[in-house]
Design a protein around this ligand. Structure first.
Ligand SMILES: Nc1nc2c(c(=O)[nH]1)N[C@H]1C(S)=C(S)[C@@H](COP(=O)(O)O)O[C@H]1N2
Ligand SMILES: [Mo]
Length: 342
């Protein structure tokens, strides 16, 4: 864009045509003609603004690498770092292209293998979980990620990947090159809008104001278990499941939150949909005192820790004794933070 003497930002194209008009023509344009040009200029401008906005959204997309990282810290990759890591091209059909399932695209992206080599504490992990903006997640064996060029694509045929096609970061599998891969990792595994890569499962940790509680802290509280259907989105049994954990009210008390003055608590999970300021997951103190709202850390007959594959190590669960309005709220996975509201 060029700064015009009118003080507004005008796209170069409009300026060039204005200059061409001023210099080249002798006839005065009619009002109707001016109106057409004006409308064309507005349309062009709107298109440029829309493209800039899209580019901006993509440029602001980060990828967080967590769990058993080599440094023990979260690694945050910004868009330009992601572009530098996007060294692999994979020509393949798109598992989710229902219009023409045979159409081959040229995807450019970051090989999962290079993320492992660069950032993982490889001895500690057997699987990696990819978490998406919408709380969807997929988990893949490290062995397969090292064996096959499974990539986090950031471009498709040289163009940024639109949201409705899984962008800006889309986990893709080389189906065309390795057709057998499809039986092991079907279309469901092509994860859209990936935001986090988790090596193994993180250590349980939850922050409440300035307090941070770990698994040992939670295990000291009275233990509760539930056997019921769960409200998590994917990769949980669809029938009755046993969940073990602690009551939210006990966790809040342990963190010295005064439940007499707290109005509600906002529960934040890792996935971006669980963190929206405009649509918080907010539980009223009244409900927290009345029914079993749990932070679950274990599940199943063997009372195993909840793995990243299932949204662990900490998930939010509602007991059957909770009113429908409460238990029909989102069952938050990867719970990270409780924010008391006074
Ligand atoms: N982020 C994200 N990725 C996703 C999904 C999703 O809901 N969210 N659905 C999965 C499933 S179950 C399928 S079959 C394909 C296509 O999903 P769609 O039919 O909702 O487009 O994308 C997969 N990737
Ligand atoms: Mo699906």
């Amino acid at each position: 864009m060029v700064k015009s003497r009118f003080g507004k930002n005008l796209p170069l194209g409009i300026l060039v045509s204005m200059i061409a008009y001023l210099g080249g023509c002798t006839e005065t344009p009619t009002n109707a003609q001016l109106e057409v040009w004006r409308k064309e200029a507005i349309a062009r401008n709107a298109k440029i603004v829309a493209e800039e906005t899209k580019k901006k959204q993509q440029n602001e997309w980060n990828l967080f690498i967590q769990g058993h990282t080599a440094t023990g810290q979260t690694e945050t990759l910004n868009w330009s770092q992601l572009q530098d890591l996007a060294t692999e091209n994979i020509k393949t059909i798109d598992g989710n292209n229902i219009i023409d399932p045979t159409e081959v695209f040229d995807f450019t992206g970051i090989p999962a293998k290079s993320l492992i080599k660069k950032f993982a504490n490889q001895r500690e992990i057997t699987e990696i979980t990819f978490v998406c903006y919408d709380a969807y997640r997929v988990t893949i064996n490290v062995e397969d990620l090292l064996k096959y060029p499974i990539i986090l694509a950031i471009a498709k045929d040289g163009q940024p990947i639109p949201r409705q096609q899984g962008g800006p970061i889309y986990l893709i599998f080389p189906y065309s090159q390795y057709p057998d891969l499809r039986t092991k990792y079907d279309d469901e595994m092509w994860a859209f809008y990936v935001t986090h890569v988790i090596f193994g499962t993180e250590k349980a940790k939850i922050s409440i104001g300035k307090r941070e509680l770990n698994l040992a802290d939670l295990d000291q509280l009275p233990q509760v278990n539930l056997t019921q259907n769960v409200g998590y989105r994917v990769w949980w049994p669809s029938d009755q499941v046993k969940l073990y954990g602690v009551r939210l009210r006990d966790v809040l008390r342990l963190a010295n939150v005064n439940l007499n003055t707290m109005n509600s608590v906002v529960v934040r999970g890792k996935p971006a949909v669980h963190r929206r300021i405009t649509q918080p997951i907010e539980l009223a103190t009244e409900d927290i005192l009345k029914c079993d709202i749990l932070l679950a850390t274990r599940w199943g007959e063997e009372k195993q820790l909840i793995p990243a594959k299932m949204g662990g190590p900490i998930t939010l669960a509602f007991g059957d004794d909770c009113p429908n309005t409460t238990k029909n709220q989102r069952w938050v996975t990867f719970v990270e933070e409780l924010i008391p509201q006074l």
